[in-house]
Write a protein of this length. Structure first.
Length: 228
């Protein structure tokens, strides 16, 4: 499965989506910071499963029409930081979709995630990530799950990875940094956490109009035990 995740930076990179979809033969597309009211229903071979509704710059998930059927989507609010309370930029930081892979004959979960910005603490973002994983388990207990997006977590990922592993999720970074706009603030902001999926590789693509670079995640299923 080929999944692309892209923070469009206030929708600036929206014009690149058709070319990216065609160039990389995508199965799933997960977006952050997109103008949800300005998204097309169809994007080449991809269909819009859903997008968030409560904030102008939100999240969206597209899937390939000839491979997946969308069974259920849910948007979730997560614990808010000071920036969220003052600026109120985003009510919903997780969009999750339960898909049926009609080719493989199985269900899976895909999620687009956007953590609070660097004005918040790593502790808050860890809480958001763990809460997002819990929401996915509720939506599809025991199903393979892939959550991609802007984690806003440039430092301390070894500690984060250990915490995720204890919770049943793997953390996988891309081959190079995904955010290099500023000399001081740079690193792997965009990556993947997964359960029941083998991440065969994550490639950071060429930078476009956004201050984030898109990442291309290649993954395959592996069996996991259903939650007790």
């Amino acid at each position: 499965m080929r999944t692309l995740s892209y923070n469009l930076e206030k929708h600036k990179a929206a014009g690149e989506l058709v070319a990216l979809t065609e160039q990389f033969d995508l199965d799933v597309l997960c977006l952050q910071e997109c103008e949800t009211t300005d998204l097309p229903i169809e994007l080449g071979p991809l269909h819009l499963a859903d997008s968030t509704q409560r904030n102008r710059l939100g999240l969206a998930i597209y899937h390939r029409r000839d491979r997946f059927e969308s069974l259920e989507t849910k948007a979730y609010s997560l614990k808010r930081g000071l920036h969220d309370r003052i600026a109120a930029p985003a009510h919903e930081r997780l969009l999750a979709c339960r898909l049926r892979d009609v080719v493989e004959g199985r269900d899976l979960l895909v999620a687009s995630f956007h953590a609070s910005p660097l004005t918040a603490s790593n502790s808050l973002r860890r809480n958001q990530i763990a809460s997002a994983h819990a929401r996915l388990r509720d939506l599809g207990p025991g199903l393979p799950a892939l959550m991609v997006g802007d984690y806003n977590y440039p430092l301390g990922k070894a500690k984060l990875g250990a915490r995720m592993l204890k919770g049943g999720y793997d953390l996988t970074l891309s081959d190079t940094r995904t955010y290099t706009r500023y000399k001081v603030v740079r690193g792997h902001f965009d990556f993947a956490t997964s359960a029941g999926m083998t991440i065969d590789g994550i490639e950071t693509l060429t930078r476009g109009a956004s201050d984030h670079m898109p990442i291309l995640v290649t993954s395959t299923y592996r069996e996991v035990e259903a939650a007790a």
